[in-house]
Write a protein that binds this ligand. Structure first.
Ligand code: ATP
Ligand code: MG
Ligand code: MG
Length: 552
């Protein structure tokens, strides 16, 4: 796989291996999703870094569900995340859950209370916010900060026992209310929440905060390199504080740039909103940047991994053009997609000098990029479909496709010359009549005559009728968040992101196509069958049009 971009994370890991920072221990990473939504392309980047960089040095990676928010988490998400990681081509060493560590985290909280490093606070959420201060103003100590160890132990045990209602007390680390880093101003470790958890049920009514759970979970799993996105950089001192004050395995957190893509929102919360507001058909709508959405659309794990290798990782956030991802996807499909002929907007072409009722088969290459892909037999007969766009009664300048008196090649079949048109009462062309040159079978004329255009076609008598779904970008602005103040989060949704064609004509071999199998409809684009497709009603998704607007 291409590794064209410098990647400082790879360099750090290589250096730590060289200097034996962790002795002879193997490099250990983790991918830590919160199971509160489906994974998206941004997560693919994190997965490729967490799994990919560990793989390169013989290390190991855990899949860990960061399930400390019982209200937003569901088993459905846990299942989909596992499927998506495997689809990307990775296998975890261990499947872990932060909730597996609830007892250990609780014991460590007791340890910190006993050491005078944590206290129970009775301030309300609002008061805690006011006392915290601002970037320019130091915070103030809570009046409960100097409670005795005994009182703190008593109150915390009773918090756990369920004696107090939600939100009435919290456990805080006793660090420094004047710290320039707001995360260090006595951060909350536990909150009271009488909520059922998707794994621990009603066992707990206090839940650890992200900052208290994450580093310790890393440490329990002996994670050597805990890679996360840059917004956690300000949390790193706290990550270290807990580990140092508990005296446990020194996992190290390293932050890298979050993937942002033009025309795309990468945030589970916003994607959930798109689903809940019925702006899309579901998490797996092929226009969604979710992994199950783009998989349904025909994107491939190979292309995603190549893309992630190319973008690498840096220490500053930026935005990547969606065209870069599309380029890697086309590159992969160009090599692997079987070619097929499909006419999206059919116009009937009648070959008047071809025998009525006759069918012959012409041999067509399955993939000119891959000689081992072989050939297939495609039926040809007197009446065929061509694209409406491939005929002009009055051709504009430089139009080399079919027009009256012009000769073109039908791919792998014959040369044909248009002779006349048939129109309906409204003046629309309903048929084009042409003649063919029987000597040009296979697509070449023995006299060396040249034609300027080669067109795809489908035999009318043998054609399959299919629904074809053409997708465009879900948002119409490169920065989808660029809307006027007071506007709607989805103001920039592209009203034309889906076009449905109901009577496309496909060559008969496509009857056997399976969802996810990649096809290039010649001259049209890359397609794959949608899972909605049945023997009675074929449905194809356009993965991407052919044109590549981005050059490396
Ligand atoms: P979201 O805002 O979409 O919910 P998140 O960061 O809250 O994202 P998590 O489930 O916590 O989602 O993410 C798991 C891992 O994936 C984290 O390490 C996170 O940093 C990483 N990640 C999430 N989004 C991106 C992104 N756009 N680019 C790179 N990594 C990401
Ligand atoms: Mg998160
Ligand atoms: Mg989030």
């Amino acid at each position: 796989e291409p590794r064209t971009t410098p990647n400082f994370l790879r360099d750090i890991i290589a250096e730590d291996v060289r200097t034996k920072k962790y002795g002879d221990a193997t490099i250990q990473t983790r991918f830590p999703p919160e199971p509160n939504g489906y994974l998206h392309i941004g997560h693919a980047k994190a997965i490729c870094l967490d799994f990919g960089l560990a793989d390169e040095v013989g290390g190991r990676t855990n899949l860990r569900f960061d399930d400390t928010n019982p209200e937003k988490e569901e088993q459905e998400y846990v299942d989909s995340i596992q499927a998506d990681v495997r689809w990307l081509g990775f296998e975890w060493e261990r499947l872990c859950y932060a909730s597996d560590y609830f007892h250990q985290l609780y014991d460590w909280a007791i340890q910190l209370i006993k050491a005078g490093k944590a206290y129970v606070d009775d301030l309300t959420a609002d008061e805690i916010r006011q006392y915290r201060g601002t970037l320019t103003e130091p915070g103030k100590n809570s009046p409960y900060r100097d409670r005795s160890v005994e009182e703190n132990l008593d109150l915390f045990t009773r918090m756990k026992a369920g004696e107090f209602p939600d939100g009435t007390r919290v456990l805080r680390a006793k660090i420094d209310m004047a710290s320039p880093n707001i995360n260090m101003r006595d951060p909350i470790m536990y909150r009271i929440l009488h909520a059922e958890h998707h794994r621990t049920g009603n066992e707990w009514c206090i839940y650890p905060m992200y900052d208290y759970a994450h580093g310790q979970s890393d440490s329990i799993e002996q994670v050597t390199h805990s890679m996360c996105t840059l917004e956690f950089a300000d949390h790193q001192p706290l990550y270290k504080w807990f580990i140092e004050n508990l005296g446990i395995f020194p996992s190290q957190q390293i932050e890298f740039d979050r993937l942002n893509l033009t025309y795309t929102m990468l945030s589970k919360r916003k994607l959930l909103q798109l689903v809940n507001e019925n702006r899309v058909s579901g998490w797996d709508d092929p226009r969604m940047p979710t992994l199950n959405g783009i998989r349904r659309r025909g994107f491939t794990p190979e292309a995603l991994r190549a893309f992630c290798g190319y973008i690498g990782a840096t220490r500053t956030n930026g935005t990547t053009d969606i065209e870069v991802l599309e380029h890697f996807q086309r590159d992969d499909l160009n090599k692997r997609a079987s070619r097929a002929m499909a006419v999206l907007r059919p116009l009937k072409l009648v070959i008047t000098n071809y025998p009525e009722g006759q069918t012959e088969h012409v041999e067509v290459q399955n993939n000119p990029e891959d000689p081992t892909a072989g050939t297939r037999q495609v039926p040809f007969s007197r009446e065929i479909y061509i694209e409406q766009d491939d005929f002009r009664e009055v051709p504009p300048p430089k139009y080399y496709r079919l027009s009256p008196g012009k000769e073109v090649r039908l791919r792998s079949a014959y040369f044909v010359t248009a002779q006349s048109v048939v129109k309906d009462d409204a003046g629309n062309i309903t048929e084009v009549h042409c003649t063919y040159d029987p000597a040009s079978r296979g697509g070449n004329s023995p006299d060396g005559r040249k034609v300027k255009s080669t067109m795809h076609w489908v035999s009318a008598a043998h054609a399959l009728t299919a629904e074809v779904r053409l997708y465009d970008k879900l948002f119409s602005k490169p920065d989808p968040y660029d809307f006027p103040e007071g506007g709607d989060l989805f103001d920039n949704l592209n009203p034309n992101s889906l076009e449905v064609i109901t009577d496309a004509k496909l060559e008969p071999s496509l009857a056997a196509a399976k969802p996810g199998a990649p096809y290039q409809f010649e001259r049209v684009g890359y397609f794959t069958p949608d899972p909605d497709s049945t023997a009675d009603k074929l449905v194809f998704n356009r993965t991407l049009p052919l044109k590549d607007s981005w050059a490396k």
